[in-house]
Design a protein around this ligand. Structure first.
Ligand code: FMN
Length: 387
């Protein structure tokens, strides 16, 4: 990849990965992912994070070219997750003159991941601490659990750049032209979503800084319209919906619950609901469903009964939502069962363990296929949900 100039003194040296199957062994990334890394060239030279071991060679080649023979003074490690810190030991061996910058927790983890001598090489920073590079000064702010405990972000004071670690990250390689909100939302809500309170704390610290540019560790560098991105982070981290609308998410074995879900969407639209999305949980990766569930203010869960419980893809979806702190939403429930419908009870049971969830009545029970009486129940539920 060609070097990307961030400014006269700052250069991008990261790499795009378009061959990875699942990011974090879990998330499909149809447009790949980038592992961002930056070099600040001043009287002192600082490298901001390493990259995933999948991109080691490309990163070292980028780094060498940009350094053009200069020594490295500091490697700043924002956190120890291997997709960014995977090359810390290799870097430390290749650049023995470089000091490693982290906080107390970073160094505790570094010893767990690696086995190299940090004596005389550690620069331990604390909240608000600074690192002088010449005309550039990095100031560090701790961002615990956004999304690992040792995370810290760095604010470069002269150019007003926030090196935001995984904050403001996005799936997708940097050379792919795609809209930011959806893939950044899927990244945030699935990966950092659980830690809304901690993200709010970081946003509060950021509000005291004059930020002109955000350099995250995944996805594009944000240079314009920063209020848009900060606003979305505010919405996501406070678990507020992005838009008024309904997700109808279904788990159907033989297709009847799927048909009922399409019908439910029709009834919602007939009641004036402008934005309704229907999703097949068997055939949609759960990370997209989680993103859409947070996007809207309401959801209808339609699940077939399966072995005395709910069809597993619905249960998995609900457990993901619970682990990401899904809350502040109204939920309608449709269950289907042929001999002993139980899916509704199971779905309700999981929902009741979440905060601020309102379950809309009536809960609809379908026995195998939709009949007139179930149509009436669904129409009633649609009315309640759109009231
Ligand atoms: C393996 C399997 C297990 C099932 N277990 C139950 C059950 O415990 N109770 C029940 O009422 N229906 C059970 N059903 C029936 C489903 O709930 C049935 O598919 C549903 O009523 C029709 O909806 P669908 O076409 O969306 O799958 C089961 C179906 C299958 C294939």
């Amino acid at each position: 990849m060609s070097d990307m100039k961030i400014s006269d003194s700052i250069v991008y040296v990261g790499a795009n990965d378009k061959t990875i199957d699942l990011f974090e062994s879990q998330y499909p990334v149809p447009n790949g992912v980038s592992y961002n890394s930056y070099v600040i060239l001043d009287e002192k030279v600082a490298v901001m994070d390493t990259v995933d071991p999948r991109a080691t060679e490309e990163w070292f080649a980028n780094l060498e070219r940009v350094l053009a023979g200069r020594h490295v003074d500091y490697l700043v490690v924002s956190h120890m997750e291997p997709d960014h810190a995977g090359n810390v030991q290799k870097f430390a061996e290749k650049y023995p003159e470089a000091k490693i910058v982290g906080n107390a927790k970073t160094f505790g983890m570094m010893a767990q991941f690696f086995d190299f001598d940090l004596t005389d090489r550690k620069v331990e920073v604390k909240e608000g601490g600074t690192l002088e590079l010449g005309s550039h000064t990095l100031q560090f702010f701790m961002a615990p659990m956004v999304h690992w405990p040792e995370v810290m972000v760095a604010y470069e004071q002269s150019e007003k750049i926030l090196f935001s670690a995984d904050g403001f990250g996005k799936f997708g390689a940097t050379d792919v032209d795609e809209e930011w909100d959806d893939e950044a939302g899927r990244y945030f809500l699935n990966i950092v979503g659980k830690y809304g309170v901690q993200v709010q704390a970081l946003l509060k610290k950021a509000s005291g800084l004059d930020i002109r540019m955000i350099c995250p560790l995944h996805g594009p560098i944000l240079k314009e319209n920063l209020g848009h991105y900060l606003g979305l982070y505010q919405t996501w981290s406070s678990y507020e919906p992005e838009k008024k609308g309904v997700l109808v998410a279904f788990a159907s074995i033989h297709g009847n619950t799927a048909k009922a879900s399409q019908l439910m969407a029709e009834y919602l639209r007939e009641n004036g609901e402008a934005d309704v999305t229907v999703m097949d949980l068997s055939r949609t990766d759960v990370s997209y469903a989680v993103r859409k569930a947070f996007y809207y203010d309401r959801i209808v869960l339609a699940g077939a009964t399966y072995d005395g419980g709910v069809f597993p893809c619905m249960e998995e979806f609900l457990l993901h939502l619970k682990s990401k702190n899904y809350q502040k939403r109204t939920v309608g429930i449709i269950e289907n069962g042929t001999w002993a419908p139980l899916a509704g009870k199971v779905m309700k049971g999981i929902l009741e363990t979440m905060k601020n969830i309102t379950i809309a009545e009536p809960m609809v029970t379908i026995r195998s296929t939709v009949k007139e009486d179930t149509k009436e129940q669904m129409k009633e539920l649609a009315k309640v949900l759109t009231a």
